[in-house]
Design a protein around this ligand. Structure first.
Ligand SMILES: [Zn+2]
Length: 80
């Protein structure tokens, strides 16, 4: 089973892949409508909002936590 390199989500069915393309290493949540992968900044922003909503923490803290989470994923490890 593959894991999304950009968010860590397990990709268990073809529906999890962008445009149902199983050769991709990232999931549909990490892809634009045309199937290309989102940037670090886009994912960072998304995850920050998600984190702030679900964990009820300050935006600044959510942003820091989101950064820590993303940095552990293969897609972003070597970039920063
Ligand atoms: Zn993903």
């Amino acid at each position: 089973m593959k894991m999304c390199i950009a968010c860590g989500m397990p990709m268990t069915s073809i529906g999890d892949y962008p445009l149902h393309d199983m050769s991709k290493n990232y999931c549909k949540h990490c892809a634009h409508k045309d199937g290309t992968m989102k940037s670090f900044d886009e994912k960072w922003h998304e995850l920050t909002l998600h984190y702030a909503n679900h964990h009820n923490v300050d935006y600044a803290i959510a942003k820091q936590n989101a950064y820590t989470i993303l940095k552990k994923l293969p897609a972003w490890k070597r970039k920063w």
